[in-house]
Design a protein around this ligand. Structure first.
Ligand code: AMP
Ligand code: GLY
Length: 423
């Protein structure tokens, strides 16, 4: 079978590695892919938002299955376009990807179907939002409605800050049209857990839990990023939490989408906060997490193609989804200065150290292949993952492996998985 993956990050590299393990797969293409993905797939020089070109390519190459990894094309309706052209595709259609594409939609859905989440109000008029803030309590959370590269959330400690925030989102359009509407919600505290799941429209199967580290600097300081590292499973995702979420969150979300006529097929990513009043949904994503996929997928025992096809065919109830009884840690190697500004084009050394090792993986995010070899080409450059018998061993191995790689400007957090010690 010929498989096309759409996207270009570490997540898509992890998806490609999983897909490659399937005996059903003869050839993998990735649009646009990156230099690391290019080692196991043929990269197609077509952007993830160039829908016409993707559809034309899939038709011409007689692609049997397309997997859309990224949020933008999902929210924009790439799955619908591919399906219209008769291409089997894994991922939610546009009317279901809105679960991630509009925070106002997802909050209203949760409210309507009693799914636990922070109290909130939606606004499309900045004057009304400013008026609302006058009687609010602080800290308070402001969220741009649309996609904003994970950066459209502002936590404001004072009325002044919150007023500035409303202006920057809704008037100055700091996050572009994503800020035409906004959500203002209650500030919650607790540990965060990422739970990814496969969904076939009716049935949902949960993957092993993970935790991301969104801030740029050690000690959760600095700006929000796409994610600086992950571990899986989360020791804080206890059986009790799992039971609660199964009862009130997971199936409830899938059923709510179906009841709204927005059948969801693909991956739902539940961003959860474990508050003292129980788990609550911080946000939904309509795709694998990045870098959550880099610690979850290497631990999945199933054939990825079988699971993905079961989601498309509505037979996920017949799949016994299984994960290895071990742990994984991913440390992101970034360009110093990310997420603001950074230099790129520096040669990367040491990648070959990963080649003959089963427990170590190097996922490419921002890299490019030149005549001189691999060079840095983005903010997040590589994701170094190691598996171990437990989280501590995986963390030790992942940090050891970060030393095998060198490039000018190399930056990483040194406390990925520190929370493990508190478990
Ligand atoms: P989101 O994109 O909605 O996941 O938000 C990004 C990050 O902002 C989350 O991972 C949390 O750390 C934080 N956050 C979002 N909503 C809240 C909230 N209601 N209370 C506290 N922190 C939040
Ligand atoms: N790691 C968070 C995300 O993929 O949105």
């Amino acid at each position: 079978m010929k498989v096309l993956i759409v996207g270009s990050g570490g997540r898509e590299h992890a998806i490609a590695m999983s897909v490659k393990k399937s005996p059903k797969v003869d050839k993998i293409y990735c649009a646009p892919g990156n230099a690391g993905i290019g080692q196991i797939a043929e990269c197609v020089p077509v952007g993830a938002m160039e829908f016409d070109k993707i559809v034309a390519f899939a038709k011409e190459e007689k692609i049997d299955l397309t997997i859309v990894g990224m949020d933008d094309p999902l929210v924009g309706g790439l799955v619908d376009e591919l399906e219209k052209a008769g291409i089997r595709t894994f991922g939610p259609r546009k009317n279901a990807a809105i679960l991630e594409g509009s925070k106002a939609f997802s909050k209203d859905l949760m409210k309507k179907y009693n799914i636990p989440t922070a109290a909130y109000e939606n606004f499309d008029d900045p004057a009304k939002a400013l008026e609302y803030l006058e009687t609010a309590s602080f800290p308070i959370v402001l969220k741009a409605d649309g996609l904003a590269l994970g950066k459209g959330v502002l936590i404001c400690n004072t009325l002044e800050e919150a007023k500035e925030g409303v202006k920057s989102i809704m008037e100055d359009k700091k996050f572009g049209t994503a800020g035409n509407r906004m959500v203002i919600e209650e500030f919650m505290t607790g540990r965060e857990v990422s739970v990814l799941s496969f969904v076939d429209g009716k049935t949902i199967k949960i993957m092993s839990s993970a935790q991301d580290h969104k801030r740029a600097k050690d000690g959760d300081q600095g700006l929000n990023t796409g994610g600086m590292g992950t571990f899986s499973p989360s020791p804080f995702y206890t059986e009790e939490v799992d039971e609660f979420c199964k009862k009130y969150i997971y199936q409830a979300t899938v059923d709510a989408m179906a009841a709204e006529g927005r059948e969801f097929k693909g991956v739902i990513f539940f961003g959860l906060m474990l508050t003292d009043k129980g788990p609550k949904v911080l946000e939904y994503n309509a795709r694998f997490g990045d870098p959550e996929a880099q610690v979850v997928l290497p631990r999945m025992k199933n054939d990825m193609i079988e699971v993905v096809e079961a989601c498309i065919d509505g037979t996920l109830d017949q799949v016994d989804l299984q994960f290895e009884d071990n742990a994984a840690v991913c440390v992101v190697l970034a360009s110093d200065g990310y997420p603001v500004s950074y230099e790129k084009g520096f040669p990367i050394k040491g990648l070959e150290a990963f080649e003959d090792k089963d427990d170590y993986f190097v996922f490419h995010a921002g890299t490019k292949k030149t005549e001189e070899g691999f060079v840095t080409n983005g903010g997040r450059v590589l994701g170094v993952t190691a598996k171990g018998n437990d989280l501590k061993e995986a963390r030790k191995k992942a940090y050891e492996a970060t030393e095998w790689i060198s490039f000018a400007n190399k930056y990483m957090r040194h406390d990925i998985g520190k929370a493990i010690d508190e478990a």
